[in-house]
Design a protein around this ligand. Structure first.
Ligand code: F6P
Length: 339
């Protein structure tokens, strides 16, 4: 009989519950005596012993549910070694809770920072297995993180909707999508949504180039343009990306320009079928790592296959958009402006 704890940490996203369901149902099916403990609110729950003993029924009906049934919190890695307000050693407290709960394994669902902290707990001797969660898709070591496809689907739907109003008013529409320091959501939704200009933090841009693209379209009888910007692009440091780019474009081209910031809508709601299946597959692979005693690893999608990578290799790295990505190359071939 194994005692396995789940913990969800960092920004929430779709398919967190689907992933926990994938792990739990597989564990219970293999051994009905399995005990699963839910650590509440991410690493905070591990620090302050906030947890629940879970039951198989807790994992029924959550495949399609957004958010996380355990709650989440942000506990930045850089603060982990700083004592809390009462002088408590947070890392020692987490290790203590792990042993107090007599855990065989801690399954950690989270993004970059979360996996970096998971690696730290590995170094503290805990049996940990990581699952790559983030809409940003910027986790090194896995081609895709769960949550990403759902965010791209939401952003693409929003871009689709902007085409009609841009056309009615012959306007330039700028939409800002999330992604933190990476441009993956902007790239994938911009290409899927027929964006004419796609700006990502990884590729420098010039307003003059963007203006020329828009004015060239006008000359060719295309009186409106769609501009998709990642929230992390370079701006004047005062305005949000969308507001800054919209103002610059209107000034540069003289064409009426409006902006939309999609924000947290990208993290809400039910996961796409792709994310549901990716989560189920990844959750299942996590149970194989647990059964084989292969700890200190993060489950990963490589090509079409599910495998795993050492957390030590993942920690502290970012996976960013590169100029040689085939979506960037193809976009350029079609005359899409990347800045
Ligand atoms: O990492 C996911 C994400 O949504 C980023 O895209 C965004 O920049 C950030 O979280 C927002 O953080 P918070 O939820 O703490 O406001």
């Amino acid at each position: 009989m194994r005692r396995v704890a789940f913990l969800t940490s960092g920004g929430d996203c779709q398919a967190l519950n689907a992933t926990m369901r994938g792990v739990a149902k597989t564990l219970y099916n293999a051994d009905p005596d399995t005990q699963i403990i839910g650590i509440l609110e991410g690493y905070k729950g591990l620090m302050y012993e906030k947890y629940v003993e879970m039951k198989p029924l807790d994992f029924s009906g959550i495949l399609t549910e957004g958010g996380t049934i355990l709650g989440s919190s942000r506990q930045p890695f850089k603060n982990m070694r700083k004592p809390d307000a009462n002088g408590m050693d947070k890392v020692a407290a987490m290790v203590n809770t792990y042993h107090k709960l007599k855990l065989d394994c801690l399954v950690i669902l989270g993004g970059n920072g979360t996996q970096k902290s998971a690696n730290m707990l590995r170094e503290e001797g805990l049996n940990v297995v990581g699952l790559p969660k983030t809409i940003d898709n910027d986790i090194w070591g896995t081609d895709i993180s769960f949550g990403f496809d759902s965010a791209v689907s939401i952003a693409t739907d929003a871009i689709d909707r902007l085409h009609s109003t841009a056309s009615s008013h012959k306007r330039v529409m700028v939409i800002e999508v999330m992604g933190h320091k990476a441009g993956w959501i902007a790239l994938y939704s911009g290409m899927a949504g027929g964006g004419d200009v796609i700006l990502v933090p990884e590729i420098p841009y010039s307003i003059k180039n963007i203006g020329n693209t828009i004015l060239e379209r006008l000359k060719k009888g295309k009186p409106y343009s769609i501009v998709v910007v990642a929230e992390g692009i370079q701006t004047d440091g005062r305005k949000r990306a969308a507001e800054y780019i919209a103002q610059e474009i209107e000034y540069e081209t003289g064409i009426e320009t409006r902006e939309t910031v999609l924000g947290y809508i990208q993290r809400g709601g039910s996961p796409t079928p792709f994310d549901r299946n990716l989560s189920t597959r990844m959750g299942g692979h996590a149970t194989e790592l647990i059964a084989n005693g292969e700890f200190g690893r993060m489950v990963a999608l490589k090509g079409n296959g599910i495998s795993s990578v050492p957390l030590a290799e993942v920690a502290g790295k970012l996976k960013l958009v590169t100029e040689d990505h085939d979506l960037v190359i193809q976009g350029r071939r079609m005359g899409i402006c990347f800045g």
